[in-house]
Structures are given as C-alpha cells and as structure tokens.
Design a protein around this ligand. Structure first.
Ligand SMILES: [Zn+2]
Ligand SMILES: [Zn+2]
Length: 180
C-alpha cells in the first residue's frame, strides 16, 4: 500500500489543478495522503482538505521557518486543530539552521513547546531537521525515551548522518528519504 506521508497540496501552486493532482495520485495507487501544516493557515487548510476527501488526513504545526509568526493565539489554535479526528499528528516542527529564517533560540523554544503539546495530546510528531543534529538529538531526548512502546513520529526528508539516524531510531522514529 502506498501512503504519501508528506504532502503540501494545500499550497497556492495547486490552486488551478488541485483536484486533478489528487485524482492522479489516487489513480497511481496512492491510498492515503497526509497533508502537512506549516503554520496556522496551512494547518486549517489541511484540515479542510481532510474534511473534503476521506483518504486525506492532516497535521497541524508551526514549521521552524515560521515560528517567528507565533502569537498569543497560536497554541490554542493548534490545540483546537489537534482535537479534530482527522488531524493525526503535530508537525512539521523542528530546527533549520541552514536557512535560519527564524532565530535559532526561538526555534528551540517552539520546538520544545510543540513537542510538549504533542506529548500532552498523545500525537506523533513530524520532524523537519536541517544542519541541527546536536540540538535535535538533545531536545528530543528530553521528551522521548529510548525503545519507547509507541511510535514517536517521523523524520521527514532525512539528511542527517548515521549518528542522527541511530538516535532517531532508538527513540522510536521512522526516517524518510526524499526521491530526487
Ligand atoms: Zn514539508
Ligand atoms: Zn520540511
């Protein structure tokens, strides 16, 4: 069974042919699609897609690039979104020190806050990690034991090394590799 675990078909690029793209994916054998939120707006759009199509599920979360846009209402929106039966994970969240579109300190704060929210709500997390191996491992290890009894989430678009892969697998994460 093919499941696309990381789609962004809510974005504007698909405004003209979203329905056709979704149809083609289904015809090619994609059974389920998980559409990923990157900020509050895209998380709501993902939820709406999940309401529209029974084979689409959604996540809600604030991407490390976008944590600078977090305001007083953000966490209550996330909490609300995560109560939706088809919003199945929190993400994508993480650290991106390659681009540093948001200050690293702020990225770490909101990575921790969002992991805590996911733990509180018993949801897996979708991790975006770029050039941030040491901080990713140390922050995750504050929350995830090694050899957990449940799956912790997934590292999407994995670009780390053996050490990060070992740490991720030990803490119960899947890792995914992009096709070029
Ligand atoms: Zn993504
Ligand atoms: Zn990403």
């Amino acid at each position: 069974m093919i499941i696309d675990t990381h789609a962004h078909i809510d974005v504007e690029d698909f405004e003209k042919d979203r329905e056709a793209v979704i149809k083609r994916a289904r015809e090619a054998g994609v059974k389920y699609i998980l559409n990923i939120g990157c900020d509050i707006e895209s998380s709501y759009r993902s939820m709406e897609l999940a309401e529209q199509y029974d084979f689409i599920y959604a996540t809600a979360g604030i991407h490390p690039h976008d944590v600078k846009s977090i305001d007083n209402d953000t966490y209550s929106h996330l909490r609300q979104l995560l109560t939706h039966p088809k919003v199945v994970a929190l993400g994508e969240i993480g650290l991106d020190y390659f681009k540093n579109y948001s200050p690293p300190e702020l990225q770490r704060t909101h990575f921790r806050n969002q992991i805590q929210l996911a733990r509180d709500m018993n949801k897996p997390i979708i991790i975006h990690s770029r050039d941030a191996k040491e901080d990713i491992i140390s922050i995750l290890s504050e929350f995830f034991p090694t050899n957990p009894t449940a799956h912790s989430g997934i590292f999407h678009c994995f670009s780390g090394d053996q050490e990060l892969a070992d740490a991720a697998l030990d803490m119960g994460f899947y890792i995914s590799f992009p096709a070029q």
